[in-house]
Write a protein that binds this ligand. Structure first.
Ligand code: AG3
Length: 282
């Protein structure tokens, strides 16, 4: 018998992957966690039936969430990651020797525990001495911080369930207050194919929260809705997009990356026409 998993992206489209077994299932107070072994993409983490990450394409998502903002800030030492309990974003941040402290704020302890067991190449880094893992709602944690962070990364699920509050103006305002003057925020912002409304509402909220400039960038993620993904980066001042030859990582770390490089850094901010027309970027 063949087993296939489907995530519906819209009532009429989705992604279907052949699976050999269920490795883990748990219902927590926050969500349903499942880990499946897929034939094509290796192990796959699902939250409430939505694909969060797979062994085969996680590198694109995590490299693209972390390295563009790290190359715009150029010296982010204190970093907050909201969500991201699988550890993939933290793994990428630890490539920068000048990073002093990373707080990972994950609402669901079970996600971290499951990731340590089934995705050690992502989650092992959470043991690093620069990393503090706190189990709390991101919005609640932000209340206790003023001018503390150089960078806040929002590695959330879709704007439903537990992550809903991470897509509100109030949340971005708290992020702004928790950032230092030169600080940046970078949030995963869903699929340009299916979620233009979400993208536009995030751009609006970020502006109303007082960020002077925001920029959308994209990359392909085969297992996410539309196969095409976006991130929204925002800061107080105009972001200088002339990033040619902006080396921020040690040379040997660039060689270890599988997606990001300095050409991608420039190219990711070039948007296709349909997207330029659809979004109200300032
Ligand atoms: N966070 C973004 C996942 C969104 C995918 N949405 C979906 N499949 N409907 C991923 C977290 C990885 N650290």
């Amino acid at each position: 018998m063949e087993l296939w998993f489907t995530e519906k992206h819209t009532p009429g489209a989705g992604i279907t992957l052949k699976c050999s077994k269920t490795l883990y299932s748990s219902k927590t107070p926050f969500q349903q966690i499942d880990i499946l072994e897929t034939e094509e993409f290796g192990r796959m983490l699902l939250l409430d039936g939505l694909v969060m990450t797979t062994e085969r394409d996680e590198f694109i998502y995590h490299e693209m969430l972390v390295h563009p903002p790290m190359h715009f800030h150029t010296k982010a030492e204190n970093i907050l990651v909201i969500g991201g309990g699988d550890g993939g974003a933290v793994r990428e941040l630890l490539r920068y020797p000048f990073v002093k402290k990373i707080i990972l704020c994950e609402i669901d302890q079970k996600v971290v525990e499951a990731a340590k067991r089934f995705f050690p190449s992502l989650a092992n880094c959470l043991e690093d001495e620069k990393v503090e893992v706190v189990y709390q709602d991101g919005s609640a944690l932000l209340k206790g911080h003023r001018g503390d962070f150089d960078l806040i990364l929002v590695d959330s699920t879709d704007p439903i369930g537990a992550a809903k509050t991470l897509f509100t103006r109030k949340f971005y305002k708290s992020c702004k207050d928790a950032l230092r003057n030169q600080g940046l925020i970078c949030a995963q912002s869903e699929s340009p194919i299916y979620h233009l409304e979400t993208i536009n509402s995030m751009i609006g909220h970020v502006r109303e929260a007082g960020f002077g400039c925001s920029r959308l960038y994209t990359a392909p993620i085969p297992t996410y809705p539309g196969g095409f993904w976006s991130w929204l980066m925002a800061g107080q001042e105009k972001l200088n997009l002339d990033v040619k030859d902006r080396t921020v990582l040690p040379e040997h770390e660039y060689e270890k990356l599988s997606y990001f490089n300095l050409d991608i850094l420039q190219a990711a901010f070039c948007l296709p026409n349909f997207l330029k027309r659809a979004i109200k970027q300032s």
